[in-house]
Design a protein around this ligand. Structure first.
Ligand SMILES: Nc1nc2c(c(=O)[nH]1)N[C@H]1C(S)=C(S)[C@@H](COP(=O)(O)O)O[C@H]1N2
Ligand SMILES: [Mo]
Length: 320
């Protein structure tokens, strides 16, 4: 986002869009196919030598969330084809092309640092263990565009509670996989790799803060941060770090990749704020991908009722 101005992006209107179908059927379609898969699996289990688990959709039982917006979903082609994931290139269509052979399984997430019970979790164990929810969130990129995305995941707080944070823990640091063989973007020093992000502990424990493992009813596509990525909907998109391998509880504000790259442009907090401009452009308005006219950007991306009290008494012009 530092490097180039994104080209004007127009997505043609279609008669029947994937999101229209998805909206009409909601998760009923998934639940039904999940049940069908379950019945097929049960049948297959009766047959000697058959593999019974192959067809089951592990995300089929995700519950709808109170936090979801009812705004129109962004077309799935845009959600999976217009991405920022610099490990796979700088252009918006690079990640979809260059992440195709990325190996997102097997995958573990280490949760460590100031915790009584630090642990390494297998991502599929997490998917089985934690109740999954579908959360339809707005995502506002610092570049001035936004989307509405039906994520599937569980609150980060559920995972952090498993390791029992110590009293001294005040921040949470996140790291993406570092593997230049698989992630060609990491062969150049565009950012300080691995991509790093951080939250204050109270932000991390907030129920809106999601670890996502899927979108549009399916496991996360590689270009969206498979197999597990953060989603913090009241902050600019760059806080929502992809393909996470390590989460560390700490007592100090962690270094973050964009803040290291351009400290005057990208702060630690990065709360969506139409009143605090980026040094090189206004943040007052945004283009919802798929729409023609810009719309006003909302304070905290419209999640102020839920999160404004986290920042009571802070100067948000200074702590941008
Ligand atoms: N590891 C990593 N995470 C990342 C990025 C990145 O380049 N690398 N880009 C960020 C930015 S700027 C945005 S806007 C979102 C985009 O998420 P999406 O492609 O799923 O919409 O991912 C964020 N997470
Ligand atoms: Mo972004």
């Amino acid at each position: 986002m530092l490097i180039r101005i994104p080209p004007a992006h127009h997505i043609p209107e279609r008669e029947v869009t994937p999101e229209a179908l998805y909206e009409r059927r909601g998760l009923f379609l998934n639940r039904r196919s999940f049940m069908a898969a379950g019945a097929a699996a049960a049948l297959a289990a009766l047959l000697p030598g058959s593999r019974s688990h192959a067809a089951t959709n592990p995300l089929g039982s995700a519950a709808k969330s109170q936090w979801s917006t009812d705004e129109k979903l962004t077309d799935m082609d845009a959600v999976t084809g217009y991405n920022n994931f610099y490990e796979f290139g700088l252009d918006k269509d690079d990640p979809a092309k260059n992440a195709q052979n990325f190996r997102a399984r097997p995958w573990t997430v280490e949760v460590t640092g100031l915790a009584a019970r630090p642990q390494v979790f297998d991502v599929d164990d997490l998917i089985r263990r934690f109740p999954l929810e579908e959360r339809i969130y707005r995502l506002r990129c610092v570049e001035g565009w936004s989307m509405v995305i039906p994520w599937i995941g569980f609150p980060l707080a559920a995972l952090l509670r498993e390791v029992e944070p110590l009293g001294a823990a005040r921040y949470v640091a996140f790291e993406t996989l570092h593997d230049p063989r698989q992630m060609p973007g990491q062969r150049r020093a565009v950012l300080k790799w691995p991509y790093r992000e951080g939250l204050r502990l109270d932000e991390a424990m907030h129920d809106l803060t999601l670890l996502s493992v899927g979108l549009y009813g399916k496991l996360l596509p590689n270009q969206n941060g498979a197999p597990i990525r953060l989603v913090v909907p009241w902050k600019y998109g760059f806080k929502s770090i992809k393909s996470v391998v390590r989460i560390t509880l700490t007592d100090k504000e962690p270094a973050t990749s964009w803040n290291l790259a351009a400290p005057h442009e990208y702060g630690f907090y990065a709360n969506v704020n139409p009143e605090v401009d980026h040094p090189r452009w206004s943040q007052a308005r945004e283009r919802r991908i798929g729409e023609f006219f810009r719309r006003p950007t909302l304070m905290f991306n419209g999640y102020g009722d839920a999160v404004a009290q986290l920042y009571a008494g802070m100067d948000l012009g200074k702590h941008f």
